[in-house]
Design a protein around this ligand. Structure first.
Ligand code: CP
Ligand code: NVA
Length: 308
C-alpha cells in the first residue's frame, strides 16, 4: 500500500519521480484556468476523502482542486462532525471509509491517529499535517526551489525559528534529496534529535547554530514558520515570542545569506513576527509559488498513492 505518511518513509527515487511528475503536470496546464480539467484524467471514477481536525486554507483547497483537475471527486470532512470526534475508534473509521472512498487525506493532531488510520485502512492514506510532520508542504517546497534554482541536492537550507512539524519534514527531505540544513533557534525549540541523526546517517550535513547571522552565511534558501503552531498551547505564546524574536527573518538577516538566496514560508504567516513584510514581499520571496505548488505536488502524491 502506497501510504504517503512522511518524506523519510518514502524512497528517494519515488520522491524524485513525484517531483518530476508534478513539474510536468504543472507545465502541461500552463495558461489554463483553475477549473479546467487536465488532459489526462487519472482519478476518473475515484473518490477522495479529505479529513480535517485542524483549520486549513491551502491544504484543503489545493487537495480538493487537485482531485477535480484529475477527474476525481472529493469530499471535505470535519473530524469534529464525524463519529471519530465522538468516540468511534480510528481503526473502525478507517475500515468504514475504506468501503466508500479510494484515498484518504487527514490533517490531525497526534501522529498516532495518522498511523492507526493507515494501519487499518484498505486504501492509501496521506499525511496532511500532524503535530510532528508536514510532508506535503515540503514536497511543494522542493518543487518550488528546483523551479527557481535547479537541483536542490548539495544546497544549504537554513531553518530559522521553531523546530516544528514543517521543520521536521524539511530535515527528512535533506536526507532524502541530499541537501544540507542548518537549524538556528533557541535550544528549547530544537528539532527532534532522531530526525537530525537519520538525515546525517544518509550523508547530509545537519547543523545547529545558535547565532542566526552566522547560521545563514552561505545559505541558498532561508525558511521559517509561525512561532506558535496550531497544536501549541496559547499559554506558551508570550514565552515563545520572547525566545524566538532574535530569529525573525528580516532584510538584515537575509543580507547575510547568499545574494541569490530564496525565502520560503509555508503560510499562514504572522507578518511582523517571524518575518517582516519587506522579506515576505521582497524579490527573494517565493511564498506564493510555494502555495501554488501544493496543488501540483499533491496531484503527483495522489497519483503515486493510487499507482495511476
Ligand atoms: N501551509 C499549509 O498547510 O497551510 P494551511 O494550514 O492553510 O493548509
Ligand atoms: N507549523 C504550523 C504549520 C501550519 C501549516 C502549524 O502546525 O500550525
Amino acid at each position: 500500500m502506497n501510504h504517503f505518511l512522511d518524506i523519510h518513509k518514502t524512497t528517494p527515487s519515488d520522491l524524485r519521480a513525484m517531483i518530476d511528475q508534478a513539474a510536468a503536470m504543472k507545465q502541461a496546464r500552463a495558461g489554463r484556468s483553475k477549473g479546467a480539467a487536465d488532459d489526462a484524467q487519472p482519478l476518473a471514477g475515484h473518490m477522495v476523502a479529505l479529513i480535517f481536525e485542524k483549520p486549513s486554507t491551502r491544504t484543503r483547497v489545493s487537495f480538493d482542486v487537485g482531485v477535480r483537475q484529475m477527474g476525481g471527486q472529493s469530499m471535505v470532512l470535519s473530524g469534529s462532525e464525524m463519529q471519530l470526534g465522538h468516540g468511534e475508534t480510528i481503526a473502525d473509521t478507517a475500515r468504514v471509509l475504506s468501503r466508500y472512498v479510494d484515498l484518504i487525506m487527514i490533517r490531525t493532531f497526534e501522529e498516532d491517529v495518522l498511523l492507526e488510520l493507515a494501519e487499518n485502512a484498505a486504501v492509501p492514506v496521506i499525511n496532511g499535517l500532524t503535530n510532528r510532520t508536514h510532508p506535503c508542504q515540503i514536497m511543494a517546497d522542493i518543487l518550488t526551489y528546483e523551479e527557481h534554482r535547479g537541483p536542490i541536492a548539495g544546497k544549504k537550507v537554513v531553518w530559522s525559528g521553531d523546530g516544528n512539524n514543517v521543520c521536521a519534514s524539511m530535515i527528512h527531505a535533506a536526507g532524502q534529496f541530499g541537501f544540507d540544513l542548518t537549524f538556528t533557534g533557541p535550544e528549547t525549540l530544537d528539532p527532534e534529535r532522531v530526525f537530525i541523526e537519520e538525515a546525517q546517517a544518509k550523508g547530509s550535513k545537519i547543523e545547529i547554530v545558535r547565532d542566526p547571522a552566522r547560521a545563514v552565511e552561505g545559505a541558498d534558501l532561508v525558511v521559517t514558520d509561525t512561532w506558535v503552531s496550531m497544536h501549541d498551547s496559547q499559554t506558551t505564546k508570550e514565552r515563545r515570542h520572547n525566545q524566538l524574536r532574535p530569529y525573525q527573518i528580516n532584510a538584515a538577516l537575509m543580507a547575510q545569506a547568499k545574494e541569490d538566496a530564496l525565502f520560503m514560508h509555508c503560510l499562514p504567516a504572522h507578518r511582523g513576527e517571524e518575518v517582516t513584510n519587506e522579506v515576505m514581499d521582497g524579490p527573494q520571496s517565493v511564498i506564493f509559488d510555494e502555495a501554488e505548488n501544493r496543488l501540483h505536488a499533491q496531484k503527483a502524491v495522489m497519483r503515486w498513492c493510487l499507482g495511476l
